[in-house]
Design a protein around this ligand. Structure first.
Ligand code: ME8
Length: 537
């Protein structure tokens, strides 16, 4: 429920299947959202950041059987792996939804009733192919046929993941997706940034232009799912269930004034962040479902690419997989870079829209160049010099330093606006460049202004004070701008300058205005924020 007059900003990750353990890819989507959520909080939005788990469907039922558990026990067994990794990675989600919760059952059943009233449902029978691992239907013309080399002669293979498909013949309720082609195309015309980045929008558009077939949205051959309120032999197709999680979490179908007020405040979501594998569900099926029941559409679906592993010998990117033996576990990266280095690397070195080739050698290179040698080095120089020349404190200034011209102040002028122009569009690489310009300039400024020489001349103490103030102010501003990426390091930098109260600032532009360090306060030099990595790889 809204408790402030701040505007709402609602952002979501995909809800992850319980069958797999969380990995670098799922962590990547989740951190992308976390950075955006933290940034928006700092911009004064009332943020809701949602993540969670997709727990129904045939493959969950199968996995549970294989593990000798009930489906619910299997889900309960898997969820803590996700919760724990999100805690470790400093994920600041405000809610964690599981599709087996009563609130989701209520919302899905409410949706079924609205769908039935809408006239876009009909009962029929499905006869076609189904990919259980992807929980996706395929028509005869879409499937890949037998492939002797893979010893799958006679089998039909999933065109997306290459695994064998299952033949499904069952009674089913259908959603009249085919009726939405024109309305979807009109949506893409009117809101060209509904799908981001724009090359993904072109893919979606051409898919819809190719024509849409009605979608089977209930299953009768197994029962691990949400029952239809008007036809109890059917359970909801897992994607029909899963997509609704975004609205369930903000009160849809819950009844009562409080839920209605929350829904009015939060919906539509500003951003759904998804991987490129699930674009069609989010950019075609989901908006059509919402149109069918007369609900508002989300602002943007931001689709990121896949993380690929760079083969150190060939230099080529290849898909990360356990069978290739190139899978990297999140803990391996945390062990190398620490949590903050991990977040920084993935957010600033992988262009979110594209497939990104990652490698340990590149991680080490980015960490050393940006964090150890640039940002960490600047913080330690500024704090050490302040402590050394001013008795363990920041200079006790008269305020004049803040208005005197200097190269750092010139760069800091309007920096929050330049940074925001990138952050607003999830262009984290561009945002990093804006901050790093200040960080690099400040390191050069140390060389150019030679504070160690100025300090030898007692008559130049005013000049020395200005130099140190300019540096401290540059690290203060950089800390604010880097906080969405590395929240704990930024908080630590501010604390070392006795600015703990600034950590929760919700006015980024004001926080980045030049001239706000505290004079004459104790400086904590502290340990190195990013000890240099030794080039073991
Ligand atoms: O699809 N690189 O869940 P899921 C980057 N439950 N991101 C990756 C990745 C990689 N190599 N591998 C996976 C589902 N991802 C459904 C979603 S939403 C209503 C239902 C990320 O556990 C990426 O965001 O298979 C992808 O879309 C998501 O994990 C798939 O997670």
């Amino acid at each position: 429920m809204p408790t402030t007059d701040k505007p709402s900003f609602f952002i979501t990750t995909p809800i992850y299947y319980v069958n797999a353990k969380p990995h670098l890819g799922t962590a990547y989507s989740t951190i992308l959202c976390d950075v955006q959520a933290r940034y928006r909080r700092a911009r004064g939005f009332d943020v809701k950041f949602l993540t969670g788990m997709d727990e129904h469907g045939e493959k969950v039922e199968e996995a549970a059987r294989e593990h000798g558990m009930t489906p619910q026990e299997w889900c309960d067994n898997q969820v803590p792996f996700f919760e724990e990794l999100w805690r470790t990675l400093e994920i600041s989600n405000d809610d964690f939804i599981r599709t087996t919760e009563p609130r989701q059952v209520r919302a899905v059943q409410y949706l079924w009733e609205r769908m039935r009233e809408s006239g876009y449902l009909y009962k029929g029978s499905y006869d076609g192919w189904y990919c259980v691992p992807e929980e996706t239907y395929f028509t005869e013309s879409q499937v890949c046929k037998s492939d002797e080399e893979n010893h799958t002669e006679g089998r039909h293979l999933c065109p997306d993941c290459g695994r064998p498909l299952e033949r499904v013949q069952e009674e089913s309720w259908f959603f009249r997706l085919s009726a939405f082609q024109d309305r979807l195309l009109a949506l893409y015309d009117e809101h060209p940034d509904f799908v981001m980045p724009d090359f993904r929008m072109r893919e979606v558009r051409s898919f819809v232009e190719g024509g849409l077939t009605d979608l089977s949205v209930s299953r009768t051959s197994f029962d691990w799912g949400i029952k239809l309120p008007f036809d109890e032999r059917h359970v909801t197709y897992v994607w029909f269930d899963a997509l609704l999680n975004y609205m369930t979490a903000v009160g849809y179908g819950q009844g009562g004034d409080e839920a209605a007020a929350e829904l009015a405040f939060r919906w539509p979501a500003q951003y759904h962040v998804v991987g490129k594998d699930i674009i069609r569900f989010h950019c075609v099926i989901w908006p059509a479902m919402l149109m069918a029941v007369g609900e508002a559409l989300p602002g943007h679906v931001f689709a990121h690419g896949f993380l690929m592993v760079k083969n150190e010998e060939t230099g080529q990117g290849e898909k990360m997989s356990k069978s290739r033996g190139n899978a990297i576990a999140p803990q391996d990266v945390i062990d190398l870079l620490g949590v903050e280095g991990y977040r920084y690397y993935f957010m600033t070195d992988v262009v979110p829209g594209e497939d990104g080739a990652i490698s340990f050698s590149r991680m080490e290179q980015v960490y050393n160049a940006d964090l150890a040698n640039s940002w960490g080095n600047l913080v330690s120089r500024a704090l050490n010099m302040s402590a050394k020349y001013f008795g363990g404190r920041t200079p006790a200034f008269d305020g004049g330093w803040a208005v005197r011209e200097n190269p750092l102040r010139a760069i800091a002028e309007g920096i929050a606006g330049r940074y925001a122009a990138h952050m607003d569009k999830m262009e984290y690489v561009g945002a990093r460049d804006v901050v790093m310009e200040l960080v690099h300039a400040a390191n050069h400024y140390v060389e150019d202004s030679t504070p160690w020489a100025v300090a030898k001349d007692p008559t130049r103490v005013g000049e020395l004070s200005d130099i140190i103030c300019n540096l401290l102010e540059s690290i203060r501003i950089s800390a604010h701008l880097l906080a969405p990426f590395m929240p704990e390091t930024s908080a630590e930098v501010l604390r070392r300058m006795d600015l703990a109260a600034e950590v929760d600032s919700d006015d980024l532009a004001a926080a980045c205005a030049w001239g706000q360090i505290k004079g004459g306060v104790e400086v904590t030099k502290g340990a190195a924020l990013f000890p240099r990595l030794g080039g073991k790889r």
